[in-house]
Design a binder for this molecule. Structure first.
Ligand code: ZN
Length: 485
């Protein structure tokens, strides 16, 4: 049975098991109008303020806080109109409903429609290594990550974990992930293929490592370049897929390998680059000893043309001032992964430094060192990290960093991150009062920022009622249905 026919006009999934394939993801022709409370950021925060204003961190922070409060668009009784997988209109229900007399109306009053969430850094092969005890970064890699990644030599294993991984994203409301695979090109194929089955916008790349890891996980500079180029040809900008050149981190790549990937970064300007940077002090000392001619960790990548727009660096906790400045100049992005940073004891990310230096920040889980797939909870831990630094991140900023802020940092805000007309219909329906405690804590007419904050501290995947991708309901909590059965 085609997926399309399993989606009722009300947008809920019927009970038959869903089997989506690339050929049967046609979207309903008729306009659908969804009624609910709605919140999103229609535009991104201004960048490149003058050096004078930037010189005062707290002033800059206040300026942004005002932007977040004033620029969120909220419709308490709102309507979202979608057709052919695209958002056509958004606004107050009373106004919008007049314009579309033929639309099929679904009423989700009491719930919130938000843009699909963006997780800017995570590892799908570590889905199974989440929540292992006792290590910091380098021994964590050796004891848990590398053994888990070796299993991906088996393509069937990769396919089955890719499915579990995407289902976990969907049930937590994440509609786009920036994903590390393994050294095996087939692991990357498995993920892109599963995402394509539901028209999901995934950014991913084959991990490149040619030293300091088990022999079974090593490629070479030539192989890394050839396989990455082949994967770009096959997947980049095909459907909604995007490719990211993915050296794991400086210690596992030789200069020759980073140079080979830098050549591809120069050749393919719109391809992403994702890696790790300055997560842990032992790691930084190791990088300094492995690359004595570089001027610090970031410079190892910079020398090989890997620091530019669409570069996404995981962590950046222990950066030098000149590295903050360089990241801002290069228009690069830091992925802030608070649950992972706390779990591995890596340190406390300094978001004011990022803002003061015009460095894009996006929130991310970093599963499996991250302890949850849930972006709300990830903001909850970002808030706790910022409290330890006595500079709390507001719910407005937290919401921005997993929607429009992330999309703008990645230059994808024409497609995702907001609910503007003509973007792709990736969105979630959130049920704020889903159990006894949340119903007690969150009042029926609570303001958005209160709902978002309370759920970020208390919530879990039960708050996500539905996740829609490309105009199709791909996860429905009520029926416990995922599009990838
Ligand atoms: Zn990571």
């Amino acid at each position: 049975m085609p997926l399309n026919s399993l989606i009722s006009e009300a947008g809920s999934l019927k009970k038959s098991p869903l089997k989506a394939t690339a050929s049967n993801t046609a979207v309903p022709k008729r306009k659908q109008l969804l009624r609910a409370s709605i919140a999103h950021y229609p535009k991104s925060k201004p960048a490149n303020k003058s050096a004078d204003e930037r010189s005062c961190e707290s002033l800059y922070q206040r300026f942004y806080e005002r932007f977040y409060k004033e620029n969120i668009e909220i419709f308490t009784d709102g309507a979202l109109v979608i057709e052919d997988g695209i958002i056509r209109d958004i606004g107050d229900y009373a106004t919008v409903v007049q314009k579309y007399p033929d639309a099929a109306i679904s009423d989700y009053s009491g719930k919130w429609i938000l843009p699909g969430l963006i997780d800017s850094h995570l590892h799908y092969p570590q889905t199974q290594s989440i929540a292992n005890y006792g290590d910091q970064l380098l021994s964590w890699l050796e004891n848990y990550t590398f053994p888990a990644e070796m299993a991906f030599a088996d393509e069937e294993h990769a396919k089955s974990i890719a499915k579990v991984f995407i289902n976990q994203l969907l049930r937590n409301g994440t509609t786009t992930g920036f994903v590390f695979t393994t050294v095996h090109a087939s692991s990357c194929q498995a993920l892109f293929s599963a995402a394509s089955d539901i028209n999901m916008a995934i950014v991913a790349g084959k991990v490149c490592m040619d030293r300091n890891c088990p022999a079974q996980l090593q490629d070479t500079p030539e192989l890394a370049q050839r396989e990455s180029a082949d994967l770009i040809d096959q997947w980049h900008n095909k459907g909604r897929n995007k490719y990211a050149l993915t050296p794991r981190f400086a210690p596992t790549s030789s200069d020759a390998q980073l140079a080979a990937l830098g050549e591809l970064a120069t050749q393919y300007k719109d391809v992403f680059i994702q890696t790790h940077l300055s997560e842990n002090r032992d790691e930084i000392a190791w990088v300094n000893s492995l690359f004595p001619h570089a001027d610090g960790y970031l410079d190892v990548y910079d020398k090989h043309h890997l620091v530019r727009e669409r570069s996404v660096f995981g962590h950046g906790i222990h950066l030098k001032q000149d590295e903050w400045v360089r990241l801002g100049e290069a228009n690069a992005t830091l992925a802030f992964c608070p649950t992972s940073n706390l779990f591995l004891g890596s340190g406390l990310f300094n978001i004011e430094q990022a803002n003061a230096n015009n460095v894009h920040v996006a929130l991310a889980t970093d599963v499996g060192a991250g302890t949850t797939f849930n972006m709300f909870k990830t903001y909850g831990d970002a808030y706790k990290v910022s409290q330890l630094r006595n500079a709390p991140i507001s719910p407005f900023e937290g919401f921005y960093l997993m929607t429009q802020g992330a999309a703008a940092a990645h230059q994808l805000d024409d497609e995702i991150g907001n609910l503007n007309p003509n973007t792709t219909a990736d969105f979630i329906i959130v049920e704020p009062r889903y159990d006894e405690l949340t119903a007690l804590r969150i009042s029926e007419n609570a303001a958005f920022e209160d709902v978002f904050f309370a759920l970020s501290i208390l919530g879990d995947d039960r708050m996500i009622e539905q996740t829609w991708i490309s105009g199709q309901c791909c996860y429905n909590k009520k029926e416990n249905q995922h599009a990838l059965a």
